[in-house]
Structures are given as C-alpha cells and as structure tokens.
Write a protein that binds this ligand. Structure first.
Ligand code: TNX
Length: 508
C-alpha cells in the first residue's frame, strides 16, 4: 500500500487507501450525473488538461461504466462528506450536493499528467469535515476587488473546501455596498482606497451575483459592516453620523513612519492607521442608519449571518462602545439574522444572546482578549478562530517578503499549518465552530498580490479546518509533500501562488 502522503490531496481526507497505478482519461471518458458538480468537473478538467469529458446526464445510464465517472448523492453519507473510488471506473458519492462538490475537488487533485498522458490516481477515499465553519475573509475596502476578481477568489478557495466567504465591506478607506436608504455612501465614499488607489463598490445586483456564484460552489457569504469604529468613510458621506477623528499616539507614529496623512473629518482617508473613527453613539439617527443597513444587507443575503465588526474602536469610550454593540447585536437579531462580531464586542455585558464572536488575538492571548472571547460563549454564542499570529493571511511569509504586514507575526507555511484552533482559549471545544483566515488588503493592490499572500497558506488553514487531527498523515512532513502537488492545479487556474522554498513543488 502506498502511504497517504504520496497522494497529492489537500486538505487531507479522513481516510485514503491508495490503489495501484492510474486510470487513463480521454475525451471519451463519460461523466454520468445530473448534479451541477458534473459540469463543474468537466469544465475544471478541461481547463487543466485540454480534454473535455462527455456529459451523460442520464443517471440511469449505468449499464457500462468502464472508465466512466459516476457522480451521485446519497444522504447516508455525512453532510459535506463524500466517498470516492477510482478503480477501472470512478464513483463519487456525496452526502449532499456540497459533499459531491468536495468529492469532485478531491478527484481533480487525483487527476495527473504522466508519461502516458492524463490519468486518475487509483484510490479509495472516505471523507467528511472536522469543522462546520471553514472560512476565508477578503477585505475589499483597503483595496477594492471587482466581481470577477471575487469570483476567482471563490473558485480558488472553494476548491480547498472552504465554505464561508466573509466580505469586509466597509472601513475608514471606503464604503463598498449599495444601500438604497443612504445613497451617498456609495456616491461619495466609495471611490477611494488605501495608498490613493481607485476604489469601487458593489451594486445590489453585483452583490447578489457574488452570493449566487459562491452558493454554486457551496460557500456562504457573510457581509460585514464594521462599526462603531473603522467608520471614517461613513463621515465622508454623512458627516452627522460620525465624530471628528480621535488621534492616538500609535496612529500618529504610524502615519509618520509610513509617510501617510492623518485623517481629516469629511475627507477621504487614504492611509491605513486605525482607531481614529467612531459613529455617534448618543444620536438616535445612528441606530436608524444601522438598522437600515442591516435590513438591506439581510434582504440580499440568504445566509444567516451579518457581521457588525467591533474591532479597534479606540476612538469610542468603553461605556459608549458597550452600549452601541449591545444595541447593534440586538438589531441584527430583530432583522432576522445572527450577529457576528470581532472579539472586542465581548467586553460588553449584554450583547445579544447567541452572538458569534471572531477571535483575532494571538495563540497566547494577550490582555483581555480571552475573556472577551469567552463572553460570547457565556451568552450562548460560539466562536470562530482567526488567531492572528498563525491564521492572518496578510502577514509576511518572511521579513523581506514584499507584500503584507508584520504586526502579528511573520507566518511561514509551516507556522500557518501547525496550530490547533481548540487549544487557544479556555472554552469548551464544542464552542469552537471552526476557523476563518482573513486577508486584509492594505498592501495588496491587485488580485495577484492577494493570491501571493493567500496561496499556499490558505491550503494549510483548509487542512486545519477540514482534516481530523487523528487522520494518518495529518502532520507537516506529509502536508508539505502533498501540498507540492497543488502547484500544477494552481498554474492551470492562473492562481499566482507564492512558491515558498519550504515546499518541494511538483511540476505535474
Ligand atoms: C487589524 S484584525 C484589523 C484590521 C487590519 C489588520 C491588519 C481586525 C479585526 N482589525 O483593521 O486591517 O489588523 O492586519
């Protein structure tokens, strides 16, 4: 038997038995199935190999399945799980459509070029995820990424079995989503981005297109409006909603170090200092604004979550902050959704029960971070782990890497791989829903820049989120060899991954 790590599969499946040799594929290879995953398999295989398999949507057409790829759903398999068998024919059985989609992603990793042409590695796989929550975040505020770029990001992350896409839609540098009740947000506060780069925004149709595209790839979109801080752009559109900028020492020092301007009330802010902005906590108009925005987001978001931010509100006095987040979390529930918030929101006693927290402190929690995170659990909520010194995709790989920041850590691929989401906080394991790896976009001016930071580290986080700790091969030495096999897939899809020297990259 061949060891699992010789199979180029990431994230590692729950069980893999490698078979002998390969099953050749060609244009006469039939894909039998009526699921959207059948078409997705045919299209992806063609992009990779130039070979177009033949679709046979007639699921009764199983008389002769020699060399055929049969795709079907069987609810006796776990949700999001699948079984896959490549012998002289191929069968992929999903527990549901998501499971079938994930089985197809695994099958595409078994598809390899060789001396005798394209073939599938023979194997038997049984698989299901460890965590229900496997997220990535894209910050479209510091730099804006258009609909096609977001779609490409969805393609490349859903292929790693990520199932949530958190879009950070508002920040000091720009407002990125059409809100009918407050039209000046996009009219006046969307055209700029960090470093003076052009901004942009999503119309409601754009946003719905992203949501639908993500859903076809089994990803749920979570929209975030960051409040009560990170709100300078709101004041560019509606000055009456925000306070004047509050300077703090680190903001001033950073502005000098980076040669970036300080924020000026009512003017677009192009630097990336934080902690200077706050909405007006004691004006009822602020809560009308929050409710309108949440309602319009809820209307166009089929998923159950709306993220209200809550990080780094250094310009908001603590009592005001607490009052604001208690009201804002309640508003989200009143509008029919479940609030998500960065861990600082757990400082407030009476956050709405069931609010989900997102921990972005370090693997050794500092200050009040752990207590704030634990408070979500005390209030009947749960936690998502975005542990900054391991899971932040915007940290540099090495000190001299041209993109990214360093405030949390320098994160090489191995560091991104070797962390355990349940070992950071003192809360019951069942309170950890899973993980989210965020890409903040201060330094990434293009999608290619984003991809350099995200790949290959997102593959490490995919495995942390998906693969059982006990699965054979769930360790760095196996991972780095398996990860090497993703290079040809990323090249075929035009994903501009960072060819880190830690990985013995494969050519085919
Ligand atoms: C902290 S993490 C932030 C963001 C920055 C990021 C840069 C968090 C909730 N807030 O505003 O973009 O650091 O790494």
């Amino acid at each position: 038997m061949v060891l699992p790590h010789s199979m180029p599969l990431v994230p590692l499946p729950a069980s893999v038995i490698a078979g002998d040799g390969r099953l050749p594929v060609s244009g006469s290879t039939r894909v039998i199935g009526d699921s959207p995953a059948a078409q997705q398999l045919i299209d992806a295989a063609e992009r990779r190999t130039g070979i177009r398999f033949t679709l046979s949507p007639d699921t009764a057409d199983t008389a002769d399945t020699t060399s055929a790829i049969v795709l079907r759903v069987d609810p006796s398999v776990a949700p999001e799980g699948y079984t896959l068998r490549v012998t002289d024919s191929v069968e992929v059985v999903g527990g549901d459509e998501a499971g079938l989609f994930y089985g197809v992603q695994t099958l595409l990793q078994l598809l390899r070029d060789g001396d005798e042409g394209w073939a599938l590695l023979r194997a038997e796989v049984a698989d299901a995820p460890r965590f229900e929550r496997r997220g990535v975040m894209l910050d479209v505020t510091r730099h804006f990424f258009d609909v096609d770029e977001v779609k490409k990001f969805i393609d490349s992350t859903s292929a790693l079995k990520f199932n949530h896409l958190h879009l950070h839609l508002s920040d000091d540098q720009g407002w990125r989503i059409q809100i009918d009740a407050w039209p000046k947000l996009t009219e006046l506060a969307s055209s700029t981005a960090s470093l003076g780069d052009p901004g942009g925004f999503y119309t409601k149709d754009d946003y719905r297109e992203i949501v639908a595209y993500a859903a076809e790839r089994h990803m749920l979109v979570i929209p975030e409006i960051d409040l009560p801080g990170h709100t300078h752009a709101i004041g560019v559109a509606y000055p009456e909603l925000v306070e004047d900028p509050v300077m703090n020492d680190s903001l001033i020092a950073e502005s000098v170090r980076l040669d970036q301007p300080l924020p000026v009330a009512g003017e677009p802010y192009l630097g990336w200092g934080v902690g200077h902005s706050s909405v007006r906590i004691h004006e009822e108009r602020t809560y009308e604004f929050v409710r309108d925005v949440v309602r319009e987001l809820a209307e166009m978001t089929p998923g159950p979550f709306i993220h209200i931010g809550g990080d780094e509100s250094l310009g908001t006095p603590q009592a005001d902050f607490d009052h604001f987040v208690e009201r804002a979390t309640a508003i989200v529930f009143e509008e029919g959704k479940i609030p998500l918030a960065w861990h600082e929101v757990g400082a407030a006693n009476d956050i709405a029960e069931g609010t989900i927290g997102q921990y972005w402190g370090k693997t050794t929690p500092e200050g009040s971070h752990a207590a704030e995170a634990a408070h979500f659990v005390e209030r009947g909520g749960a936690l998502i782990m975005s542990t900054a010194d391991v899971a932040y995709l915007d940290m540099k790989y090495t000190a001299d890497f041209p993109l990214g920041l360093t405030w949390a850590a320098i994160i090489d691929v191995r560091t991104a791989y070797e962390w355990e989401p349940t070992a950071v906080l003192d809360v019951p394991e069942s309170a950890i829903l899973g993980i989210e790896a965020p890409l903040w976009s201060e330094t990434t001016r293009t999608l290619s820049d984003v991809e350099q930071l995200v790949f290959p580290r997102a593959a490490a986080h995919a495995e942390v989120a998906w693969s059982a700790r006990s699965a054979a091969g769930r360790d760095w030495e196996s991972f780095r060899v398996r990860l090497a096999g993703l290079a040809p897939l990323w090249k075929a899809e035009g994903v501009d991954f960072h060819p880190s020297a830690e990985i013995p990259w494969s050519e085919r």
